[in-house]
Design a protein around this ligand. Sequence first.
Ligand code: GDP
Ligand code: GDP
Length: 441
Amino acid sequence: MTNDNATLVALIGRPNVGKSTLFNRMVKRRDALVDPTPGVTRDRHYARVSWEEHPFILVDTGGIDDEDDTITNHIRHQALLAIEEADVIFFLMDGREGLTPSDIEIVDLLRRTEKKVFFIVNKIDSPEIEDALLAPFWELGVDQLWALSGDHGYGYQTLMEGLLPYLEKTDLQTELPDNTMRIAFLGRPNVGKSSMVNAIIGQERMVVSDIAGTTRDSVDTLVTRDPYTYLLIDTAGIRRKGKTTDKLEKFSVLKALKALGRCDIALVLIDAEEGITEQDTKVIGYTQDQGRALIVLINKWDLIKDDKKRQEQLMQEVEIAIKFIPFAPVLKVSALTGTGIKRLFPEIGKVHRQFHQRFPTAALNRLLADAVARHEPPYYHGRRLKFYYTAQLGTAPPLFAVVASDPKGIHFSYQRYLTNCFREGLGLDKVPVRLLFRERS
Ligand code: GDP
Ligand code: GDP
């Protein structure tokens, strides 16, 4: 896995200027990995991508927030969110439609930020029309306009080369001792992330090192409790006064995304009193999209500790939220009273061990052969599917290649069956397990 502080690039602009077309070009979805985790929210509006080996996170803000009444309000809001949370902003305008009043207004807004903004005129499908289509946009008085055809690709290489310098890792990087467990605390504002980090640090025998680092998006603390070292990533980050409007709350999801790139284990905090919200479900989905280990912490348990009915209802909500991630441990905790915090570290230890465990190939092959013998594979195009061998491709999460006669013909239910055999056979009961089906070459 990467230990990056990936740059967050936000696409903003009116509906139909071509944001999703550009998004798809940048993402170039490769669906080689068969991920048998069903039903996890697949959000099409963000992706972790890389350009010339520089990883970054791409977000189409148009898809994240679409509740505003007028188009101008809608983009103004996107722009504010992007100014607040992104590192680089791609502002798209429509070259065929020409300059619109809302473009002018948004550019005024964007001019005030110190963030890097690319003013992009899209739908310039060929060089001959570039000058004519760009002309009206010079009125904006910006230093540089980027001519682009997100659809055909014209100007794309130039744009990406322009982006490259901003993809350097600019955030602070801390040299971490080997085997540091990197743990991100995720959840909505006020769920208790910072309180939890403080409660942990305040525990006996926890030694806080002063090489801890702080990024724009999160506060990192390095703690040791012999023999282990933990990096605690608090995504509540540095609090900026007066910026916690409901609308901006949505972008705490983006903080989660960035932190997920740097952690092994995501602790998603839920507020026991408020229960599961859509945003919680989304963040839980992201942890699996990105192949992270997940532990759900139901915080503020003290507030409902005498209310049996509420407890039952809440546990049902949680069960639904992690229906497709049933292996994720769920702990009831209180940062305020300290309940459950002692149990947290043994759990983190187990999850971390499983997440990084390696298995000998011979044992894996035996496991595969047994699984196939116990439950005969189905036919595909008149031939029974054959499974030849397997090997571990990586850890964090544990990833295995399974070489088969016809990977495309392996029905989803059989993929899931094999995944479960691996999970059970290898004792990986707390972390995601991935199988990649490949053809024999
Ligand atoms: P979004 O609403 O901003 O995400 O816009 P879309 O990406 O959905 O594009 C809106 C429409 O513009 C679609 O019909 C696209 O095919 C079209 N479009 C997007 N990019 C280009 C482009 O570079 N050139 C042309 N001619 N059409 C484009
Ligand atoms: P963050 O925004 O997620 O970092 O949340 P904070 O750690 O700032 O906590 C928000 C509020 O919830 C504060 O007033 C905390 O005192 C309170 N809080 C945090 N954890 C608990 C808990 O376990 N029980 C109760 N009753 N309150 C808590």
